[in-house]
Design a protein around this ligand. Sequence first.
Ligand SMILES: NC(=O)c1ccc[n+]([C@@H]2O[C@H](COP(=O)([O-])OP(=O)(O)OC[C@H]3O[C@@H](n4cnc5c(N)ncnc54)[C@H](OP(=O)(O)O)[C@@H]3O)[C@@H](O)[C@H]2O)c1
Length: 329
Amino acid sequence: MAESFRAFVVNKTEDAFEAGVKELSRADLPAGEVLIQVVYSGINYKDGLASAPNGQVVRKYPFVPGIDLAGRVVESSDKKFRENDEVIVTSYNLGVSHYGGFSEYARVPAAWVVPLPRNLTLGEAMTIGTAGFTASLAVHKLEVNGLKPANGPVLITGATGGVGGHAISMLSNLGYTVAASTGKESEHAYLESLGASEILSRDEVSAEGKPLEKERWAASVDAVGGNTLAYLIRSTKYSGSIAAIGNTGGPKFSATVFPFILRGINLLGIDSVSCPMELRLNLWKRLASDLKPKNLAGMVEREISLEDLPEATGQVLSGKVRGRILVKP
Ligand SMILES: NC(=O)c1ccc[n+]([C@@H]2O[C@H](COP(=O)([O-])OP(=O)(O)OC[C@H]3O[C@@H](n4cnc5c(N)ncnc54)[C@H](OP(=O)(O)O)[C@@H]3O)[C@@H](O)[C@H]2O)c1
């Protein structure tokens, strides 16, 4: 490993915010048992926030964002990992309070490291990233709560985003009838290519409505929150479930108790960050087998370098990106 390496660093002082590529040295990296050469990272909504002046994700500046990374072990003081092992790191404090994946090198606790499963490349793992991992956790929780293809259609909201696209692809591979809602009229063909058979507009799924509407969805995977989550609660079928993942449409929602006490619906919270390691390892194995999206390459909008991050993270925050942007440090 060279004396110095490149990383995308954000810094905020009382009167200024800076974001750009800087040279760091090994001593700048946080503590951890495993040093990794990052081969790929990817951009998630949280990385957009971490790279913006008022994103309220970064706990201490200066900081290296990037909540996802995949690469090769350079050295490890933990016996579980050896030089050249291919690994994935997502979740925990990565890219939030511990320097993340927008860097040529990262050092992390061994307890965060997932061996790359067979049948996945490092690039594929980062096309999946936190977005796909979270979608797989949602699918798992919906299955545990009784979802089966025969129960009826499943609606995916924020469908052209990372979580949404993966959820469509996984559920359609598993034999579900999948509907998708989007604010991007130009992307209907993309959503159909992932496996959506019905497409709703963002307006339709965020409108106000009665406390109980027509029972329509056996389940949903919701990346949007806000009024959209309120719509899902009103329109979920008897005993159906909603996997609540995100808040790109806002954190607050208004609902009544009626769908819960008259239809027995389940509102399932999804938190990928603190998912226990045993379940995490199982889900990564599934992501390399029955949950592996068929057209992973088609989900990559583009591949960028560290220098392109300011523009790309801004596009993610404005909801303009389709699928995933891969970062090659
Ligand atoms: N709970 C967890 O563990 C966890 C893990 C990962 C992500 N998340 C959260 O899940 C959400 C989605 O993450 P992601 O990585 O998929 O983000 P993303 O790739 O940026 O996609 C978000 C999608 O949300 C839709 N959207 C954007 N702005 C919107 C608005 N104002 N109103 C309604 N819809 C809007 C857009 O889809 P359309 O244009 O197709 O509507 C956009 O593509 C984020 O809130 C993220 O923080 C949570």
